[in-house]
Design a protein around this ligand. Structure first.
Ligand code: PLP
Length: 291
């Protein structure tokens, strides 16, 4: 396979960085995660420009100047799929600082941009898409308040996510649920969260969750199908007594949650509204929409 780096296509094995790469030491970089799906017109990247726009917003927050324009990056992402002969793919663009100097101030460092793509199935396991996953509330918080704001998909925002997933998996669960600094439900390690109660959808507002593109797609799909969506603060006990719960994300797509902190959610499987939204989501991303 090939990986795009700063305008050139490199063989997979040659796509390396120097050991003094600033981002490797301090974790300051921005990235995106996209998926391409098989459609009647070949592989199509779902909401490509929206992801590229978010990449630029993340970089803007970090005062990182991306040395390419959006059209070039969009083309690189499409070509990462086609040049690697992928019919469906996960695509990872990332912007990172070079190795010209150490010290925290990144001024004067070169901004590099890479794009890789590979085949990636269900993020949380194919069988879990039908039966739901087990989730554990994390002791690590989603603390965007005093660090990087939640509008940035920045590498440094993922330390707590990594620790949270580690903790969840060691406790026999599949994924973590992070609370915000006040104890309200924020999001998963790399997913937004929704609950269903009495036929209505609820999801935390954006004060402590990433502005997920899948989250927004689910709003559209739900509303088109007569389901009300409410953004509000959610407590962990509201999750425990929900009829259904699910995660959304480019990687996780629509993943049902069957258990949180040892409490069964609803009937303990994939709820009917989750199933419906999941199926509508897959139709949507595959371009099988009835307009
Ligand atoms: N929350 C976090 C922390 C994420 O990393 C992601 C993944 O990008 C999401 C939510 C879901 O966002 P999206 O649906 O845009 O992939």
């Amino acid at each position: 396979g090939v990986i795009w780096l700063d305008g050139e296509w490199l063989p997979w094995r040659d796509a390396k960085v120097h050991l003094l790469t600033h981002t490797l030491h301090y974790g300051c970089g921005v990235f995106e995660g996209l998926r391409a799906y098989k459609t009647d017109h070949g592989a199509a990247i779902f909401r490509l420009r929206d992801h590229t726009d978010r990449l630029f917003r993340s970089a803007h927050i970090m005062c990182m100047k991306i040395p390419f324009d959006k059209d070039i990056l969009d083309r690189a992402q499409c070509e990462a799929v086609s040049r690697n002969n992928l019919s469906s793919a996960y695509i990872r663009p990332m912007c990172f600082y070079g190795s010209e100097g150490m010290g925290l101030h990144a001024k004067g460092l070169k901004v590099h941009v890479m794009v890789a793509a590979w085949e990636w199935g269900s993020y949380l396991g194919a069988e879990n898409m039908a039966r739901g996953i087990k989730v554990r509330t994390s002791s690590y918080t989603r603390n965007y308040v005093n660090s990087v704001m939640c509008k940035a998909k920045a590498n440094g925002n993922y330390l707590n996510s990594i620790l949270a997933v580690q903790e969840a998996v060691e406790a026999g669960c599949d994924e973590a649920l992070l609370l915000d600094h006040e104890g309200y439900v924020a999001e998963g390690s790399g997913e937004n969260v929704f609950i269903v109660r009495r036929g209505k959808l609820y999801t935390p507002d954006l004060t402590s969750a990433l502005e997920g593109i899948t989250r927004e797609t689910v709003f559209t799909i739900a509303r088109e199908n007569g389901l009300e969506v409410v953004e509000k603060r959610i407590t962990r006990d509201e999750v425990y007594v929900a009829d259904e719960a699910f995660f959304t994300g480019t990687a996780a797509e629509v993943t049902p949650i069957r258990e949180v902190d040892g409490r069964t959610i609803g009937e303990g499987g994939r709820g009917p509204i989750t199933e419906k939204l999941q199926s509508l989501y897959f139709d949507y991303v595959h371009g099988r929409r009835n307009d």
